[in-house]
Design a protein around this ligand. Structure first.
Ligand code: DQA
Length: 142
């Protein structure tokens, strides 16, 4: 059993990027804390971040047929990417979509997720704690 923590575009800048919206923690902090939690529960862990849509798609395809749960913050691709939606629908793996900020309080273009309809669930607006809740969900329910 494995958890893949997948982060999309601009999330490599966490800590520096709009800290009022996304907090001061870095992606490395988040990855380390989820890794600790996941491994303490006897699951394997992998983290991957990319600013490139195709690399995210290739990463997802690489897990076809494996016992893996994906925690995915797709960044702005959430609102634009039919290709990522098709990838998630095509691999038949459970994906929990996570957004650090409350996208519903923000610009209208952030209110729609093209990915949510093919995900197991979605966590929005709870800061980086949302990643932990997603990991906890996999650990307890899968
Ligand atoms: C985000 C929300 C998206 O609208 C935005 O493009 C991001 C981050 C979040 O975690 O709150 O890059 O996914």
């Amino acid at each position: 059993k494995k958890i893949l923590l997948l982060n999309g575009p601009n999330l490599n800048l966490l800590g520096k990027r709009e800290p009022g919206v996304y907090g001061k923690g870095t992606l490395q902090d988040i990855e380390a804390s989820i890794q600790n939690m996941v491994e303490a529960n006897g699951w394997e862990f992998e983290a991957f971040q990319s600013n490139h849509e195709g690399e995210l798609i290739d990463k997802i395809h690489g897990f076809i047929g494996q016992d893996v749960g994906i925690i995915f913050n797709p960044g702005a691709y959430t609102h634009t990417s039919i290709a990522l939606r098709d990838a998630i629908a095509g691999v038949d793996l459970p994906v929990i979509e996570v957004h650090i900020s409350n996208v519903h309080k923000r610009e209208e273009f952030r209110h729609t997720s093209l990915l949510a309809p093919v995900c197991y669930g979605q966590i929005v607006g709870l800061g980086s704690f949302g990643y932990k809740l997603a990991a906890q969900t996999f650990i307890e329910q899968f």
